[in-house]
Design a protein around this ligand. Structure first.
Ligand SMILES: [Zn+2]
Length: 321
C-alpha cells in the first residue's frame, strides 16, 4: 500500500483502488472531501464521498455543485472542525484500516462534537498547530473571555474570522453577550443557511447594508486580507473596535499583522498537546503528518516512540508492516 501527497492525499488499497482525499481535481477511483473550507474543496461539478452538509455548504460557497455520495469501504466520522466536517476511515480488503483526519478538533464546542479517535492501523493527521508552543486555553475559558469583552465594550465591534466556522461561532457569542444587533455580510449569511437547516440552529445575524453602525452593534466580517483598508476605514468612521479570532492569536504577531485592537485564540483545530494526545490514543502502526508543521510534529511523534513520517507533496511513502 502507499500513501502519497499529490493533488490531495492519496491512499492506494491492496486491490489497486485509489482513494483521494481533498484534491483540487480528483481523478481517482474514490474522491473524498473532508469539509467545505476553500483549500479542501474540489473544482466545481464534483461528486465525492462527503457529508450532505459539506456538499450543501460547498455548493453555497462555489459556483458549481458538490454532490455527496457514499462508498461501502469508507466510513465518515465527525471531525469536530466545522459543521459537516468528517474524518475518513477506509477499510482495505486486506483489513488494514486507515484514517485521514482532514482538519480536526477534539474539543466539543458550540454545535460541534469533538473528534473521537478511531481504532486504525494507519493515521494521516493534520499538523496545522503541530509545534510546541501552540497551546490553546480551554474552549469555555476563551468563549467566556470573548463574551465578557463583548458585554463590556460599549463601542460597535468588528469581529473578524473565517466566513465558514469562525463567523458562525462569533454570531452566537455576540448574541450570548447581549449585543443589540448582530450583523454580517451576504457571504456569511449564505454559509449560515445550510448549517441552520442541517443542525436545526438559528444564527442571529441580520444583513449588514452599510448603514451606520451604532454602539451595541456587533458586525461579523470574513477575514480577507484584501479588505483590510476597507475594514480600517469602517472602524474609523464608526469609532469601532476590531477583534481577530484565530489559533494564531497565541502569537503576538497575529495582532500586528491583522491590525486588530484585540485578539482571542479561538480555534477550530487541535493544539499541539491535543495532537500528541490524539496520536497516543489511536496508537497506529504508522502515522503520517500533513499540512502546517508536518515535519516538526513527525519529529516529536518519533521521539515519543511512534513510527511517524511527514508527507511532502509529490513524495511517495511506502508503508511496511
Ligand atoms: Zn478547515
Amino acid at each position: 500500500m502507499t500513501v502519497q501527497y499529490r493533488d490531495g492525499i492519496e491512499i492506494e488499497l491492496s486491490d489497486g483502488t485509489r482513494v483521494v482525499c481533498d484534491a483540487d481535481e480528483p481523478d481517482e477511483d474514490v474522491a473524498v472531501v473532508s469539509h467545505a473550507h476553500g483549500d479542501h474543496l474540489p473544482a466545481t461539478g464534483t461528486t465525492a464521498v462527503c457529508s450532505p452538509l459539506t456538499a450543501a455548504v460547498g455548493t453555497a460557497r462555489m459556483d458549481g455543485q458538490l454532490q455527496a455520495t457514499s462508498d461501502p469501504r469508507i466510513n465518515l466520522r465527525p471531525a469536530g472542525h466545522v459543521a459537516g466536517s468528517r474524518a475518513t476511515v477506509v477499510e482495505d480488503p486486506d483489513s488494514t484500516r486507515y484514517c485521514y483526519t482532514g482538519d480536526i478538533s477534539t474539543r466539543s464546542r458550540a454545535y460541534l462534537d469533538g473528534f473521537e479517535p478511531p481504532d486504525v492501523d494507519v493515521l494521516i493527521v493534520e499538523a496545522t498547530y503541530g509545534e510546541p508552543g501552540y497551546e490553546f486555553p480551554p474552549h469555555e475559558q476563551v468563549a467566556g473571555e470573548i463574551v465578557d469583552w463583548l458585554a463590556e465594550t460599549g463601542a460597535p465591534v468588528l469581529l473578524l474570522g473565517y466566513a465558514f466556522g469562525r463567523a458562525q461561532k462569533l454570531q452566537l457569542l455576540a448574541e450570548r453577550a447581549g449585543r443589540d444587533r448582530v450583523l454580517t455580510t451576504d457571504g456569511v449569511l449564505r454559509v449560515n443557511d445550510p448549517i441552520e437547516s442541517a443542525l436545526e440552529i438559528t444564527f442571529p445575524a441580520e444583513p449588514f447594508d452599510d448603514t451606520d453602525l451604532r454602539p451595541g452593534d456587533a458586525l461579523v466580517l470574513p477575514m480577507t486580507s484584501g479588505r483590510i483598508d476597507w475594514i480600517d476605514r469602517l472602524a474609523d468612521e464608526a469609532g469601532a473596535v476590531t477583534a481577530g479570532f484565530s489559533g494564531w492569536a497565541v502569537e503576538s504577531s497575529f495582532k500586528f499583522r491583522g491590525d486588530f485592537d484585540v485578539t482571542f485564540p479561538l480555534s477550530d483545530h487541535c493544539d499541539f498537546t491535543e495532537l500528541l494526545a490524539l496520536v497516543d490514543e489511536v496508537d497506529p502502526d504508522r502515522v503520517y503528518t500533513q499540512h502546517g508543521a508536518a515535519t516538526t510534529l513527525a519529529t516529536e511523534l518519533t521521539a515519543r516512540g511512534h513510527d511517524a513520517t511527514a508527507l511532502k507533496q509529490g513524495q511517495t511513502s511506502l508503508g511496511q508492516f
